[in-house]
Design a protein around this ligand. Sequence first.
Ligand SMILES: Cc1cc2nc3c(=O)[nH]c(=O)nc-3n(C[C@H](O)[C@H](O)[C@H](O)COP(=O)(O)O)c2cc1C
Length: 400
Amino acid sequence: MQLLSLRDAASIGDLAAIARRRMPGFAFDYLDGAAGDDRGMRRNEEALAAVLFRTRHLVGGRAQTAVEFLGRSYNLPTGVSPMGMANMLWPGMDLVLARLAQKVGIPYVLSTAATTSIERIAEAAPDVAWFQLYVSRDPAINEGLLKRAWAAGIRVLAVTVDVPVPQKRNRNHRHRFDLPFRPHPRFLLDLLAHPRWAVETLRAGMPNFENFVPYAGLARGGSITEVGRFLQAQGKRDLLWEDVERIRGLWPGHLLIKGVMDAEDASRFLRIGADGLWVSNHGGRQLESAPASIDVLREVRAAVGPHAPIVFDSGVRTGESIVKVRALGADLAMSGRAFAYGAAAGGAAGAQKAYDLLELETRYTLLQIGCPDINNVSVSILREGADETRLLHLDPVAVH
Ligand SMILES: Cc1cc2nc3c(=O)[nH]c(=O)nc-3n(C[C@H](O)[C@H](O)[C@H](O)COP(=O)(O)O)c2cc1C
């Protein structure tokens, strides 16, 4: 088998292959795996691949990929989805991705379960950092996190609503990479087989859930396992509509709801004051038999009408997918894994490579289909666009 270098990587899949070589198995499987045996994750990618373009020729023009979202301009309609424990995937990954996002002008979303503090990320990505909240049982923690995010200059909040239970991911389980963490003898062998990861992780210092350390009240801050146990115990499993309304009242900035997978829920989130929706099945990481997020996106857009801001993720690995997601109604086509594979494959250069691939592919796609400006992309650029009524079978409901 040919061993690819970063320079020769031609796709996000190639970056994943390089990342796999460099990362211990438990870390790669935590990144690359999903609920059950990964069928939901594969369904996301397959459903995106099955959407086909209508191609028009002799159009001319220069590719234009910049878009507006919630009053800000981004250079490509993509961004980095929130990822907990990213510094465990590759040392320093949170900062690498935040700096990339700031440099190229796309959103970077910091997870509640991140391994870098809100303040450090906001400093590294002052124009593009958003914050993702996992609601805690203790309201003081939610208020504390939101106050810190606001004080750090963050203005977009995504509240994740699709984690009512700790997920079951079979690839994690086989490594015993669950909480509480009980290392297996194989774990040591895994580290010995990936000395570069082990040495760089030691040098960077053992990662921890930095944003939660202040609330856990543990001696000397506590280890990642101890703070992780606290974070997990705080997870508000019985999240209800009134909890989201309470968060709405606490947050003066833009509020998105992440994990929307139902058109009726989507309309209700807007009615209770959310500024926008984030259609996502968590990259297939929560429910193996969830429908592909791209199929739900069509229904959500039809239900909420043309103006509600919508972010999408789950399965985006190519520029063609970014254009398809725009065509089916989302403003931004984000990804977690695409950027993490890049950062794990080659640090800052690898993250940049992931972005460059997506950007080049998006531009080529726009020119190839004869729709050079991303802002003119609509369902009519798809083969199925000839039958637009299929997408509009749900009556648009009044949102406000
Ligand atoms: C390693 C990893 C950690 C994640 N952690 C979080 C998290 O802390 N909060 C959250 O809302 N979503 C989390 N997600 C889900 C992502 O935000 C996003 O929805 C998903 O990665 C999109 O699918 P894709 O990876 O196929 O692009 C995580 C995903 C990955 C891969």
